[in-house]
Design a protein around this ligand. Structure first.
Ligand code: NAD
Ligand code: UDP
Length: 320
């Protein structure tokens, strides 16, 4: 038996955008971190500053295959998250969500580790309930181009709750809403990264549809704080719990804000709206407030300049 109070924490998808920030924070808290990633959308660059630290280990591994290590806690983040990345190989996306969940739940069962699933607001699909509460079951097209991600994540939630009921596993399910910040992939096609890159290049800003659909954007540091609070919450609190920033914006308003903050000469270019694009999205975070004492502290107007600075630096280093 290990006598140290230091926990061995596995972060799958740890070389990705959210995962790399999470690894950093867990190390700061004094834990031992094992970062597992197959580098599909994540990069070693995201965690290069952590390599060589005595309590950090980077392991190339695909979660669709079983993993035999000893751990106390698992954050299961492995999954491409942006529509162009998860639609690139949709079968693999479903496998990553479903087989990945089964493998990581199996690991948790063997080691009796506590396990957290990075689920998503996409389980609500194109929602009829606004803002979205955890008790809402969602409106998802099961056969559309977003289904590999949405249904994969829904099935992963099912598996988490069945392992909890059947094998008494300690589970935590976070439904993450749109999150942004440094280390987003510059070419992932997500709206914040796309608009900032287009604005910095002076290229047209591609607004899908009329840009009247809404999203609510959470800064990465706030989100990571929420994930850690959820993992540390009492054993009988499983979630699902929404984690996101309730401040809601139209996509057009986001474009205008980014143009203003970058001082860009870019103009707005209206493009066709992708199939099944949700029209509105805003988290109800009443549960996160009461159960975790959590709420986001960073407004979009504060978080965007930090993100813009990151992408400017990438461009000046020739990395974007
Ligand atoms: P990301 O693409 O930057 O990170 C995902 C990571 O998982 C990458 O490093 C990728 O290489 C890795 N990965 C993918 N398939 C894998 C596999 N089979 N085996 C091992 N590693 C694999 O995306 P992100 O934004 O950091 O998202 C992290 C998690 O949070 C995802 O599960 C995503 O669904 C969830 N999430 C993110 C958001 C958001 O706005 N960023 C919103 C909702 C949910
Ligand atoms: N979007 C857009 N232009 C872009 C990229 C995205 O208008 O260049 C829109 C997209 O149609 C969606 C919203 O921005 O309505 C958020 O898209 P993203 O891919 O970031 O996330 P998700 O749709 O998964 O919330």
């Amino acid at each position: 038996m290990r006598m140290s109070l230091r926990k061995r924490v596995l972060v799958t998808g740890g070389a990705g955008f959210l995962g790399s920030h999470l690894c950093e924070r867990l190390l700061e808290k004094g834990h031992e971190v094992i970062c597992v990633d197959n580098f599909f959308t994540g990069t070693r660059e995201n965690v290069v500053h952590l390599i060589g630290r005595p309590h950090f280990e980077l392991m190339r591994h695909d979660v669709t295959f079983p993993l035999y290590i000893e751990v106390d806690e698992i954050y299961n983040l492995a999954c491409p998250a942006s529509p162009i990345h998860y639609q690139y190989d949709p079968v693999q996306t479903t496998k990553t969500s479903v087989h990945g969940a089964i493998n990581m739940l199996g690991l948790a069962k063997r080691t009796r580790a506590r396990i957290l699933q990075a689920s998503t607001s996409e389980v609500y699909g194109d929602p009829e309930v606004h803002p979205q509460v955890e008790s809402y079951w969602g409106k998802v097209n099961p056969i559309g181009p977003r289904a590999c991600y949405d249904e994969g994540k829904r099935c992963a939630e099912t598996l988490f709750f069945d392992y909890h009921r059947q094998h008494a596993l300690q589970i935590k399910v976070a439904r993450i809403f749109n999150t942004y910040g440094p280390r987003m992939h510059p070419n992932d096609g997500r709206v914040v990264s796309n608009f900032i890159m287009q604005a910095l290049r002076g290229a047209p800003i591609t607004l899908y549809g009329e840009g009247l659909q809404t999203r609510s954007f959470c800064y990465v540091d706030d989100l990571v704080e929420g994930l850690i609070r959820l993992m540390e919450s009492p054993a009988d609190f499983t979630g699902p719990v929404n984690l996101g920033n309730p401040d809601e914006f139209t996509i057009r308003a986001l474009a205008e804000q980014i143009i203003a903050l970058t001082g860009s000469v870019s103009t707005l270019s209206y493009q066709p709206l992708p199939q099944d694009d949700p029209r509105q999205r805003q988290p109800d975070i009443t549960l996160a407030r009461s159960a975790l004492g959590w709420h986001p502290g960073m407004a979009l107007a504060q978080g965007l300049p930090k993100t813009i600075a990151y992408f400017r630096a990438l461009m000046s280093e020739g990395l974007a």
